[in-house]
Write a new protein. Structure first.
Length: 200
């Protein structure tokens, strides 16, 4: 005698297979949701960790600043302001000419100088020196600075950023290694504070 599966037996098998499929789908969606939440938590944590560890990284950056030569002191005549360039201390071999950073050197007397970052204190455009008017002018938004770097007019909130310098022998050295901004002036000085200078 042959036993054929009864109709109610088929119904009993169907829900079990469907239930197994639902459980595996749930596990897949749960795993996917946990993964997305882990990625979101990591992306959220990165800036928080950066904020917490910021002061220690700033100290490391300040210690990484280095004294860089601008060349012989004699190439900057007394009473004149001249454009000079120095090599970025963090340059890579493939940087080429982009590793050369310009600055303005104003020689006031035999051992007194002012060395200005070329960047405008407003939005960082390169300023130009005009000896006829004795002004630094920014071509982007009309910022103007006196010969001593103080703000004359326009949108800049302060004067030009100055580098610390020292003279060793007849070589002029500046403390380099960062791009000046309002929050981080050159050499780690706060905005508005006069630069330190030393003669060796």
């Amino acid at each position: 005698m042959t036993n054929f599966p009864l109709e109610h037996d088929k119904d009993r098998e169907g829900p079990d297979q469907t239930g197994a499929r639902l459980i595996s789908r749930r596990n897949l969606l749960l795993t996917l949701a946990v993964g997305i939440n882990a990625v979101a938590a990591t992306l959220f944590a990165i800036p928080v960790i950066g904020y917490i560890t910021g002061p220690s990284r700033r100290k490391e950056a300040d210690s990484a600043l280095s004294w860089t030569s601008l060349g012989e002191l004699d190439q900057f005549p007394i009473g004149e302001t001249r454009l000079a360039k120095y090599r970025n201390p963090f340059v890579r071999p493939w940087d080429g000419d982009t590793g050369d950073i310009p600055c303005w050197v104003r020689r006031i007397s035999a051992d007194k100088l002012q060395i200005f970052a070329v960047n405008c204190a407003h939005l960082g455009c390169p300023v130009r020196w005009f000896p006829q008017s004795q002004l630094f002018l920014c071509p982007c938004h009309g910022g103007a600075y006196y010969a001593n770097g103080a703000r004359a007019s326009g949108p800049p909130p302060r004067g030009l950023f100055e580098y610390e310098y020292k003279i060793e022998g007849r070589i002029l050295l500046i403390k380099s290694g960062q791009i000046p901004t309002l929050s981080q002036p050159p050499s780690g000085k706060s905005a508005g504070r006069p630069p330190k200078r030393s003669c060796a």
